[in-house]
Design a protein. Structure first.
Length: 147
């Protein structure tokens, strides 16, 4: 982890990032208790660690990152994400959105608000995501280059 990412993660924890990480752990524990929710619990624990230390890491699609599809990136992943959205995803996304708005009112809080907005999107659709180091993600262009 770079020194800047370390500093940002430290500030993130001090200024409220820990509360959303606790919310993710709580959601994961609730899902794990039900036994049926174990696939969601695994994803929630993974994203809880990302929520605790988001700077220097990225959430990417497992299918794009590994180059192969699996159970969580296909139709079962879609169904799982819809169930997650109804049960816990929108609550976590709402928590991230409220925190982002509160942080965005200050200039210093804008980078943290942006991180919360990214986490809100992940909260809605976590199945099929993998948390990796930011420098491990290959660069991909979204626009064709003219020759």
């Amino acid at each position: 982890m770079s020194p800047i990412a370390f500093l940002l993660n430290l500030l993130w924890i001090v200024f409220g990032g820990i509360w959303m990480a606790i919310a993710w752990v709580f959601a994961a524990i609730i899902m794990a208790i039900t036994i049926i929710g174990l696939p969601w619990a695994r994803a929630a624990f993974s994203i809880a660690s990302y929520t605790l230390l988001p700077f220097g890491r990225k959430a990417v699609s497992r299918a794009e990152y590994s180059g192969r599809r699996d159970l969580g990136t296909g139709p079962f992943g879609l169904i799982g994400n819809i169930i997650w959205l109804v049960l816990a995803g929108w609550w976590l996304a709402l928590g991230h959105l409220i925190t982002a708005v509160l942080l965005a009112v200050t200039i210093i809080g804008i980078p943290f608000a942006w991180a919360h907005l990214k986490l809100a999107g992940i909260a809605l659709w976590p199945i099929g995501k993998e948390i990796v180091a930011a420098d491990a993600v290959p660069f991909s262009r979204s626009f064709p280059v003219e020759r």
